[in-house]
Design a binder for this molecule. Structure first.
Ligand SMILES: C[S@@+](CC[C@H](N)C(=O)[O-])C[C@H]1O[C@@H](n2cnc3c(N)ncnc32)[C@H](O)[C@@H]1O
Length: 360
């Protein structure tokens, strides 16, 4: 249960590999991640700690029981808003709904699966469009190694030899794109001073080629993609931007009265805008802030209007946005779009709308 820190001689390998996998997954808080072949759930817990909801699944009831204890008995500093769940896998149907999952991680488990083609179809079924599945697996001859033979004898574990050409064809037949591979040298590999000089001058020392080739041959980190990779509003990137227009720049209203203004909103970035999500993370709202007449902010969360449907890039809609101010005077209402619990789009460079409000 202490993985990845229980065996110091394994820790560097595990961390390097996990780091590369996480980099490629492009996780954001509020995403739903499936840890396939989760074992004792150390990766599930790390992903949960990063604010993602996680479903850990495995054929081993005993491993998941230990995983349950890892979540329940060993607290983390800040409890995330996200959820976690351990679900026993029957070896056939992944226990989640269709397109429920944003990312799948499979660390050293797929080469144990007997019905690989069937499970690849399951991966496709449960993954959302735009989702990614990442693997860390031994490639090529593996079952004949001494360690694999011992595991098969002592623990009755199935060890398969993965053939990358066959695997890639199987994934593509189902509809996935890829694979792409992470590049790394073996973690124990070091450069001599002379090699380092060679390296920084742009050359690739011979020994480095060997080490990279070893890494790629023995244990690949590779991804498949369902549909075009696309960020959504849970991810605070430059791809989140809007264009707001309104038919009014002035509003006259009574204190406490609600008045609608007609606003056109367009998603001008390259990220999908979510209209619902667990714990509200990344849900897009048209929001107004209240400023005094000298443009000093008085109230950050003045009003909110949810977007009615998920918006793809370039899509937009028109809405009647209800506005109100609770005290008399002259104010500015600043309209912006907010990705809840992620960011305001003004902070990423989008132009907010200002409406002068005269309140009597
Ligand atoms: C080497 S362990 C890796 C566990 C975990 N991912 C980790 O990094 O600690 C392999 C895991 O694959 C699981 N496994 C074996 N056959 C499986 C199958 N058909 N479907 C899903 N998981 C399986 C085992 O129960 C075991 O937990």
């Amino acid at each position: 249960m202490g993985k990845p820190f229980s065996m110091p001689n394994h820790t560097p390998q595990l961390l390097v590999r996990l780091g590369l996998m996480l980099e490629g997954l492009r996780l954001a808080p509020g995403m739903k991640v499936l840890d396939f072949g989760a074992g004792t759930c150390w990766i599930s817990k790390a992903i949960w700690q990063m604010g993602c909801s996680v479903i850990a699944t495995d054929v081993s009831e005993e491993a998941l029981r230990l995983g349950q204890r890892l979540f329940e008995e060993y607290p983390i500093p800040n409890k995330p808003l996200a959820s976690w769940d351990n679900r026993l896998f029957d070896g056939v149907r992944i226990p989640t709904e269709d397109e429920e999952i944003d990312r799948i991680i499979c660390f050293d488990a797929f080469h144990h699966v007997p019905n690989q083609n069937q499970i690849i179809q399951e991966f496709f079924r449960v993954l959302r469009n735009g989702g990614t599945i990442v693997f860390n697996e031994p490639i090529g001859p593996h079952s004949t190694t001494e360690e694999s033979q011992r595991e098969m004898r002592e623990f009755n574990v199935l060890e398969n030899d993965l053939n990358m050409d066959e695997l890639a064809a199987q994934f593509r037949n189902v509809g996935f794109e890829g694979p792409v591979f992470k590049v790394a040298a073996c973690p124990e590999y070091v450069l001599s001073y002379a090699e380092w000089r060679e390296c920084v001058s742009g050359a690739v020392p011979e020994s480095m080629r060997d080490s990279i080739s070893n890494f790629e041959r023995n244990s690949g980190i590779f991804y498949f993609q369902k549909g075009r990779p696309m960020n959504d509003s849970r991810y605070a990137s430059n791809g989140l931007s809007h264009e707001l227009t309104c038919d009014q720049s002035h509003l006259s209203l009574k204190a406490g009265e609600r008045k609608n203004v007609r606003v056109t909103v367009k998603n001008t970035g390259d990220s999908r805008w979510l209209c619902k999500n667990e714990n509200f993370i990344g849900v897009m709202n048209i929001a107004s802030r209240l400023l005094d007449y000298n443009s000093k902010e008085i109230l950050k969360d003045n009003t909110r209007l949810p977007i009615p449907v998920e918006l793809e890039p370039e899509e937009g809609f028109e809405a009647d946005v209800p506005l109100h101010v609770d005290q008399p005077g002259k104010f500015w209402l600043k309209l912006d779009v907010v990705s809840e619990r992620v960011c305001w789009l003004e902070d990423l460079g989008s132009e907010p709308l200002l409406i002068e409000a005269e309140v009597y």
